[in-house]
Design a protein around this ligand. Structure first.
Ligand SMILES: [Zn+2]
Ligand SMILES: [Zn+2]
Length: 376
């Protein structure tokens, strides 16, 4: 290989690495509150805002009729996989596509399957949630993709509800590293939250998670961003989508820097209605990073939505069964539910959260292919 050619390759590889690290561009210093109750209300971000609050007005709309704003709701359902991406130019008419999306959504969230915008369904739609879709690339997951045998009174309902990404991608090595975007200037306290979140998964499967300061060595990259941050899935301010993560082996976990993230203490007693528990969201997104999709089991970590001022950090048996299907059991794990995780005093150790975007997964795959080709 000649020298100029080597330089050429280095330039191209450097460009690819630069593109892969694009998420360092629009970074922000996120809002963290060690004790959110002590923060004056006017220092918090739009505490009453909800990007989906408008949908409240759509309760009671009927099929076949036209209502201002229904097109927006169709975009919501398309974003989360309930209306095919092939459809566009949505109108404000309550059409068959919307009715079908509602029925599938209601099935996935264990609501009464009415196909209507009843109060129970609308209230569910308003809940803050993970930005990852419930149905990926049109293939079903959650309840709507399972065989339903609950109608049989002769059998105990044993259908599992966990799901995977298309093709069941998973990590092919056991020692994973994670990295925090330096521009976010996270405190040790915040890093410890992620460390604890990683521990909850490593307790039940034979994987380890170690923090690294090198983005080039990192398997998992954790960043807080506000609004549009370059991956086609912009965040939406307070509440709405909270975070998203990519499937293995992409390793990206993005969290909405505009949330009022609650770091320590009892989030349930927070006076701030929009306080979101960071560890709860981190544990969920790590599930995506490791290969889990969403689950219909409301107690599970992989359930798509979480109300503000709520803490849910313990893996449910559904989560454990799902992740052990991918990686097997940690030899030291001998229970059906995760044992308590010990809190750590420093930010180092195992841990890391991530949300998966199939679009970025594909981009990463293409880039990795280019890199492999160039190195040959
Ligand atoms: Zn999710
Ligand atoms: Zn993102």
């Amino acid at each position: 290989m000649t020298k100029p050619r080597q330089h050429h390759h280095r330039f191209i590889i450097g460009t690819i690495l630069l593109l892969l690290s694009l998420d360092s561009a629009p970074s922000i210093s996120a809002h963290f509150f060690p004790n959110i109750t002590s923060i004056p209300e006017d220092l918090l971000k739009n505490t009453t805002a909800n990007p989906w609050g408008f949908f409240q007005q759509l309760a009671g709309c009927h099929a076949g009729k036209k209502y201002d704003g229904l097109a927006k709701l169709k975009h919501y359902f398309q974003y989360f996989g309930y209306i095919p991406n092939s459809l566009s130019n949505f109108t404000d008419v309550f059409d068959d596509n919307l009715e079908s999306a509602l029925q599938t959504y209601q099935q996935n969230f264990n609501l009464n399957i009415t196909g209507q915008l009843d109060d129970q369904t609308v209230n569910h739609i308003l809940r803050p949630r993970c930005g990852n879709p419930d149905i990926i690339n049109g293939s079903t997951s959650m309840n709507s993709g399972k065989t339903n045998n609950t109608s049989s009174s002769h059998h105990i309902h044993t259908v599992s509800h966990y799901s995977f990404f298309t093709g069941r991608p998973r990590w092919r090595k056991q020692a994973l590293t994670y990295w925090f975007l330096p521009e976010n200037q996270l405190t040790d306290e915040v890093k410890t939250v992620f460390s604890r979140a990683f521990d909850r998964w490593s307790t039940v499967i034979p994987l380890t998670f170690t923090q690294t300061d090198s983005i080039y060595e990192a398997d998992i990259r954790i960043s807080f961003f506000a609004g549009d941050h370059g991956d086609g899935e912009p965040f939406d301010g307070v509440l709405g989508t909270l975070a998203h993560a990519f499937s293995p082996p992409n390793g990206r976990l993005h969290l909405d820097g505009d949330e009022n993230w609650f770091v320590t203490g009892d989030v349930r007693t927070s006076a701030v209605t929009s306080a979101v528990d960071l560890e709860s969201v981190a544990v969920h997104e790590i599930g995506h990073l490791l290969g889990l999709g969403h689950s219909s089991v409301e107690e599970s970590i992989m359930y798509p939505s979480i109300s503000s001022r709520t803490k849910k950090v313990e893996l449910a048996s559904d989560d454990v069964e799902g992740i052990q299907t991918l990686y097997g059991s940690n030899p030291n794990f001998n229970g059906t539910s995760a044992p308590p995780v010990q809190e750590r005093e420093t930010g180092s150790g195992s841990g890391g959260a991530h949300c998966v975007h199939s679009r970025w997964g594909l981009t990463g795959l293409i880039m990795a292919s280019c890199l492999a080709f160039l190195l040959l």
